[in-house]
Ligand binder design. Structure first.
Ligand SMILES: *Cc1c(COP(=O)(O)O)cnc(C)c1O
Length: 302
């Protein structure tokens, strides 16, 4: 397998607010990993692809919502690296396919829809067996791509950063990415996650158990902020959308309101409220996910 070898830039961004508070903010542009296998989703897939190949699997099966960045990335990765892919999608089929699923379909992904109740029990042996009967054996990647191999991949984001810094920030959906960042930091800075969903307390549990897997459960240099979910997962407000578009105009790269927009909004707000000591250097991870903008347009949310 000829893996991606992203060499994404670290760019400083400037705002009067940062000058006033004597804070420096850098953005690690992981949205530039690949045109299709974007952002943290590449790092989460990387060691899963290696493992699947090592174990001799030619088929990957994974789970996600109908607008999922992970489904999009998994389909593209399957196409690029020669795996058959099956996407188990939460909810009913709607035609025409939305932009995410039509991309997945065009990349050869088989789409299997399951109702929301069954989706909650998606890892039950009964459903897995049914899927095996239908598609043959497969390498299973969990929803959002989050498992210990994903965490291992996300830790590599840290080793590609070549400046000293005090904080690193990321949007959190399952916590797999932040767990990887914490692991990669090895106590050398503080990791701050922004929950993009309401009721994000479970993220603490998820991250702790990933860290435990790597014998890193004594790491205390991290925290999840729960204040910037804007009503819940994929919920957006006019204020958030305006923030994202003025941010994108100002800094000449795009952020979206489902993940990175909520993180940057939260980061700016915390800087305003003097959460960070003066002279802090902060790195914000641009985790990609820009394909989600098409989905928001499709749903007429923007
Ligand atoms: C999936 C995703 C996240 C969340 O990653 P987790 O590892 O699930 O916490 C953050 N940002 C973007 C753009 C994503 O697509």
């Amino acid at each position: 397998m000829n893996l991606l070898n992203p060499n994404t830039p670290l760019v400083e961004i400037f705002e009067d607010l940062f000058t006033k508070k004597q804070i420096r903010v850098f953005v690690k542009r992981e949205d530039l990993t690949d045109q299709y296998i974007s952002g943290n989703k590449w790092y989460k897939l990387k060691y899963n692809l290696i493992e699947a190949e090592k174990l001799g699997f030619r088929t990957l099966l994974t789970f996600g919502g109908a607008f999922s960045n992970h489904i999009h990335a998994a389909a593209a990765a399957g196409n690029k690296f020669g795996f058959k892919t099956i996407g188990v999608i939460r909810g009913e089929e709607h035609l025409p396919l939305n932009p995410t699923l039509s991309f997945a379909y065009e990349n050869g992904m088989y789409l299997e829809y399951i109702d929301r109740t069954s989706y909650r029990k998606k890892y039950d042996q009964e459903l897995i067996q049914k899927l095996k009967d239908k598609y043959g054996d497969f390498y299973l990647i969990p929803e959002g791509g989050s498992n210990h191999l994903a965490v291992k991949g996300c830790a590599e984001i840290i080793s590609s950063i070549n400046i000293k810094f005090d904080y690193i920030c990321s949007a959190c959906g399952t916590g797999g990415t932040l767990a990887g960042l914490i692991l990669g930091l090895n106590k050398n800075a503080f990791a701050l996650g922004f929950s993009v969903l309401k009721g994000g307390e479970f993220l603490n549990q998820n991250i702790s158990s990933f860290l435990k897997y790597f014998d890193a459960d004594d790491f205390k240099n991290w925290k999840i902020n729960l204040d910037f979910h804007f009503g819940g997962y994929a919920k957006v407000t006019k204020e958030l959308i305006e923030f994202c578009s003025s941010f994108s105009d100002q800094h000449n790269f795009i952020i979206e309101p489902i993940y990175t927009g909520k993180m940057f909004y939260g980061l700016f707000d915390l800087i305003k409220r003097d959460y960070f000591p003066t002279n802090s250097s902060i790195i914000a991870i641009h985790t990609g996910g820009l394909q989600g903008l098409e989905g928001l347009k499709f749903r007429k949310k923007i």
